[in-house]
Design a protein around this ligand. Structure first.
Ligand SMILES: NC(=O)c1ccc[n+]([C@@H]2O[C@H](COP(=O)([O-])OP(=O)(O)OC[C@H]3O[C@@H](n4cnc5c(N)ncnc54)[C@H](O)[C@@H]3O)[C@@H](O)[C@H]2O)c1
Length: 379
């Protein structure tokens, strides 16, 4: 994510000129001097430092981007809020809803601007989906189906990195990629009232990283020699009911051979439907009641018309549409954050959204454990 934010911060004023606030790439910190120095040079930052504390203690830093593994999000956010720094924190906001709520409360109390890194909703096609829904193009929404399918974890030789450990990651596919699908569901349909889920861990033991093996961590005596336990979900799926009565079907997996970040959703309303597939991220499929009765069917909207489509004016000249990619979703996420300063408003995805998504994740895990429906607000 360091690479993604560095790219986006550099691209932002090139594409969005003048930016709402000019970001200065001041300080990059990492766990040791060698990588911090390297990253400052590579990412185009003015200075480097060792350990996240050095950014919090630095009086010249106004805002921090927290791009560490999930277990550090809470501690760094609370320290940043106490120091009066504005905060962007990657997803999942925290490893539990309780921690996420503490972070939201601390940031609000400190009066700092806060944002969670739900960049995928800033894809112009997803923003167009929201506009069409708001304008009634689908009528009342009945069904949301969303998925994020990938296969990177099917190889059993992949070591026990932080993403496979509950203490560091909170959960597996759910907190890693399921949260983006959950964010899309909340953004496009509304708040989720209750959930019922299933989850599975397919590979229970993975080789320890050389650094962990040397410390005898985190392997336990019952683990195979040189291996440690995976204690998060490799795959998860849940049904939900939205506050507005719509139904949802959400799925996230690291074990779908051949799938590479296959993110998408389908939304069905009483009079129309929308389909989005990340592999064609500059397109949105729409079916509506209008048009000739003998030519009914889904139509493909190429999203990039500067006169019509969200954010298109920032990128390539109309009428030629060259499309946007992953980095631009980060550019637009960061632009939304900077606009919050210029307009004295809240960012579109703040810690409140991060907390609500953690509540949903906690409810899904509880539902899996108890084999029952769980109400989100009670988490
Ligand atoms: N929004 C997205 O699309 C997206 C995609 C990938 C990852 N993420 C999120 O971004 C975060 C980071 O993921 P990643 O894949 O980049 O992880 P990573 O493990 O590749 O990088 C984490 C970085 O944090 C550094 N770090 C660890 N301890 C530190 C400390 N004490 N002080 C300073 N730096 C420290 C590490 O050296 C490393 O450079 C996670 O929360 C993840 O869920 C979001």
């Amino acid at each position: 994510m360091g690479k993604a934010y560095a790219l986006a911060l550099a691209e932002l004023p090139i594409c969005i000129w003048p930016p709402p606030v000019m970001p200065i790439r001041s300080l990059v910190v990492d766990i040791n001097e060698a990588s911090a120095k390297d990253n400052a040079a590579r990412f185009g930052f003015e200075r480097w430092g060792v350990g996240w504390e050095s950014a919090i203690e630095d009086p010249d830093i106004d805002a921090v981007c927290i791009l560490t593994a999930n277990d550090l999000h809470r501690e760094i956010s609370l320290a940043a809020a106490n120091a009066g720094k504005h905060i962007i924190c990657e997803k999942p906001l925290a490893n539990s809803a309780g921690d996420a709520k503490d972070m939201y409360n601390a940031a609000e109390r400190a009066g700092v601007k806060h944002q969670v890194g739900f960049n995928w909703r800033f894809a112009p096609a997803v923003q167009l989906a929201r506009k069409l829904i708001d304008e009634g193009a689908l009528g009342k929404i009945r069904d949301f189906r969303g998925w994020w399918l990938s296969d990177w974890a099917t190889n059993p030789d992949i070591p026990l990195i932080w993403r496979f450990q509950k203490a560091l990651a909170g959960s597996g596919a759910l907190g890693d990629i399921g949260v983006h699908v959950t964010d899309a569901a909340r953004f496009l349909v509304g708040e989720i009232a209750e959930v019922c889920g299933v989850a599975e861990t397919y590979i229970n033991q993975r080789p320890l990283l050389p650094s962990s093996a040397a410390q005898g961590l985190p392997g336990k005596t019952e683990d195979k020699a040189g291996y440690g336990a995976v204690d998060v979900d490799d795959s998860v799926a849940f049904m939900c009911r939205f506050d507005n009565g719509a139904h949802g079907y959400l799925q996230a997996s690291r074990f779908n051979p051949g799938r590479k970040n296959q993110y998408g959703f389908e939304i069905y309303g009483e009079s129309g439907s929308l389909l989005f597939d990340w592999a064609h991220m500059n397109e949105l499929q729409y079916f509506g009641p209008d048009g000739r009765s003998d030519a009914k069917g889904f139509r493909t909207i190429i999203v990039g018309d500067a006169g019509e489509h969200p954010y298109a004016r920032f990128f390539w000249p109309d009428p030629q549409d060259y499309g946007v990619g992953f980095t631009e979703t980060k550019v637009l996420q960061l632009n939304d954050y900077l606009e919050a300063f210029a307009k004295n408003a809240k960012p579109q995805t703040d810690f409140y959204d991060g907390w609500r998504v953690c509540q949903i994740a906690d409810a899904v895990l509880k539902s899996v454990e108890e084999h029952t429906w769980v109400k989100v607000d009670e988490q």
